[in-house]
Ligand binder design. Structure first.
Ligand SMILES: C[S@@+](CC[C@H](N)C(=O)[O-])C[C@H]1O[C@@H](n2cnc3c(N)ncnc32)[C@H](O)[C@@H]1O
Length: 284
């Protein structure tokens, strides 16, 4: 965690905006191709909703320490975990699609060959059923959940029983219900005092308002007993945006009322960060 980034990014917010002059990215930023080149296998490009690796790396750096365990319940191509293992964290990933599980493992094997010191495992599982399929020894030990939720108003989830091929039987549930279950499951994985950061990609046509995922995610996190500890924005390249000093956008209810507007076309990602209260602190 670096204080310099913290200071820079906590400095700024855009609020009640009609026109706001200072909504700028922190740092210069690299193109998405440059961020992935040589670090991810070619098949990764087939995943439509990949997270910018520089955003993943920034969040790993900001919210965890070397040696920590980082979990991603929606692992996809494993962007979060690849950046985590390169930064010396260990990883645990889940995905409901066997194809992405296999690709995630391939990307993590590449990271290991390139000298990443962290270790990661990826499980084929439904995150709405967490902590099912996560080894008991790991429950309550995760330092940081770092993830990108699927976009859309519904998401895949398993039905009871197995498919006749032996695989999972998959249907769809509303995003609100699904993300609620996933966050409740993540809360059981986190250690007391652990953090859960969700980078939520905005639909390009809805960039100027807070819609969809943030609206589901914040109340679901609060219901799971988590507290909002930070709320950030990033651009298309995954660079965090500076914020206007004095605004209270880290106060979640205000952020989700829709009263807070970003300049059109600027914010591509919302980042909601929850903390799991540490009830042991202060007890003797
Ligand atoms: C937004 S993508 C994650 C992208 C990832 N951060 C990356 O950079 O590749 C969401 C992923 O969640 C997976 N997913 C959707 N529903 C799921 C569920 N119920 N359980 C586990 N994984 C799920 C999808 O298969 C998809 O790979």
């Amino acid at each position: 965690m670096t204080d310099s980034i913290l200071t820079l990014t906590l400095g700024v917010v855009v609020s009640h905006v009609t026109s706001w002059p200072c909504n700028v990215a922190v740092g210069e930023g690299r193109g998405l191709l440059a961020q992935r080149y040589g670090r991810y296998v070619a098949g990764s490009a087939g995943h439509r909703d990949r997270t910018p690796p520089d955003l993943a790396a920034t969040l790993v750096d900001r919210y965890s320490r070397p040696g920590d365990l980082v979990a991603d319940p929606f692992v996809g191509t494993a962007t979060m975990l690849v950046e985590a293992v390169h930064a010396g964290r260990d990883g645990l990933g889940l995905d409901i699609e066997p194809g992405w599980v296999s690709l995630a493992r391939t990307n993590l094997a590449l990271a290991a060959r390139q000298g990443a010191t962290g270790r990661a495992r990826v499980i084929h599982a439904d995150a709405t059923r967490l902590p099912t399929r996560v080894p008991t020894a790991l429950r309550g030990t995760v330092d940081l959940v770092l993830t990108t939720a699927p976009t859309g108003t519904t998401m895949p989830a398993t039905r009871r029983g197995r498919h006749y091929t032996g695989g999972l039987r998959i249907s769809r549930i509303t995003a609100g219900a699904g993300l609620g279950r996933v966050l409740a499951g993540c809360a059981t994985l986190l250690r007391p005092g652990g953090l859960a950061a969700g980078a939520l990609r905005r639909e390009p046509t809805h960039r100027w308002t807070l819609t969809r995922e943030p609206v589901y995610v914040v109340p679901a996190g609060l219901r799971a007993g988590l507290k909002v500890v930070d709320y950030l924005f990033a651009n298309e390249r995954g660079q965090l945006l500076t914020r206007y000093p004095g605004d209270q956008l880290t106060v979640a209810p205000r952020a989700i009322t829709g009263a807070v507007l970003m300049l059109p076309g600027v914010a591509a990602h919302d980042v909601v960060v929850f903390g799991k209260p540490d009830r042991t602190v202060g007890l003797s």
